[in-house]
Design a protein around this ligand. Structure first.
Ligand code: KG4
Ligand code: ZN
Length: 332
């Protein structure tokens, strides 16, 4: 029986219908309103989710040709994320599930990014190591079972996507900045401006991106407005190179240390072409298979939440009515 999944943890309002690992529909409405502010404004974000959540769910159910009476369960992101945004999705899921006494599956957003790799047509099986890099998180997940993962290393400050978005803003690009920075970087020379790669001598698996961001601030200050305008593409290419370099170095260290038999990716930054190419080259060099999840399943979507929900405990009616969303941490 089909499963409806709802995701509203950040600035995308998403709903999907899955039949096992098969995606029957996957609707994403990205809020563009935040562009003018240069970042997500939580209150504005929650209000937009409120307006969008019902039509997005209706559209996902229409696309999949399912009615509420057909649903086996409703999965919803319970955290981590922006609390107001999460509450919109969770309350909607409860309001839909309760009258029909449909089971509810509270799902972890990061588990969703990992579980995008379990979707048809070419699902993978644990064990594998998964690099997750998004706007809110950057971590290396050791996946030994379908139902969860172990954090092997994570960012000590900014997430990779957060640093990329701030860099894009300094270079006059819109929000979110990842795709625009990637496009601009194709015209630039990554060696013209070099940026520091943090944690490279640190033997652990943690990341740090805030120093890189500060290095760009100083570089832009030294160049002045005109200099920045003239050198935008080279700055974008150098910055992107430093982000990719750090992500790939830590992934290499993980593979060599723990001898993982398979590598996978997740999160919006995993849609980045040069990052995908660099990881593909690393895996080829080490002779390890790589699962490259399609770009549209890297960025936030509800199909990945439905995928994680298949391996998460369902709550029966009325037990879920007092289940709460969580902004940080996890409740896996
Ligand atoms: O996973 P995601 O959609 O949302 C969060 O859970 O945060 O990730 C969004 C992040 C943003 O920072 C965005 O700029 C970045 O992923 N991103 C990219 C690319 N596409 C999205 N970064 C680099 N290159 C891209 N092509
Ligand atoms: Zn995400």
């Amino acid at each position: 029986m089909p499963l409806l999944a709802i995701e509203t943890s950040c600035d995308d309002t998403c709903a999907a219908v899955l039949d096992g690992g098969r995606i029957l529909s996957n609707v994403i409405s990205s809020q563009t309103v935040h562009d003018q502010y240069g970042g997500v404004v939580p209150e504005v974000d929650s209000r937009h989710h409120l307006e969008l959540v019902a039509p997005v769910i209706a559209s996902a159910m229409l696309d999949a040709d399912v009615g509420i009476e057909d649903l086996e369960a409703i999965a919803v992101t319970a955290g981590p994320g922006l609390i107001g945004a999460l509450l919109v999705g969770l309350s909607t899921a409860k309001a839909m599930a309760a009258p029909w006494q449909i089971p509810l599956i509270p799902t972890d957003h990061l588990h969703g990014h990992v579980a995008a790799n379990f979707l048809d047509p070419d699902p993978i099986e644990p064990p594998f190591v998964c690099l997750i890099a998004s706007g809110g998180h950057t971590l290396l997940a050791g996946v030994r079972e379908y139902g969860g993962f172990e954090i092997l290393g994570e960012t000590l400050d900014d997430a990779a996507g957060e640093a990329i978005d701030k860099a894009a803003r300094m270079l006059g690009l819109g929000f979110p900045g990842g795709p625009a920075l990637e496009a601009l970087a194709t015209e630039g020379d990554p060696e013209r401006f070099t940026f520091p790669v943090a944690m490279s001598r640190d033997p652990g698996l943690d990341f740090s991106f805030s120093g890189l961001k500060t290095a760009l601030v100083y570089r832009c200050r030294d160049l002045g407005d005109e200099g920045v305008a003239e050198n935008r593409a080279d700055l974008a290419a150098g910055f992107q190179h430093a982000v990719v370099y750090q992500l790939v170095s830590k992934l290499r260290r993980t593979i060599d240390r723990d001898e993982w038999p398979l590598v996978a990716l997740g999160g919006g930054v995993a849609a980045n072409g040069p990052l995908r190419d660099a990881i593909a080259a690393l895996c080829e060099e080490r002779g390890i298979p790589l699962k490259l999840v399609p770009r549209k399943l890297c960025t936030d979507n509800a199909a990945m939440i439905g995928s994680a929900a298949r391996f998460s405990p369902a709550l029966a009616f009325p037990d879920y009515l007092d289940f709460d969303a969580f902004a940080t941490g996890n409740r896996r």
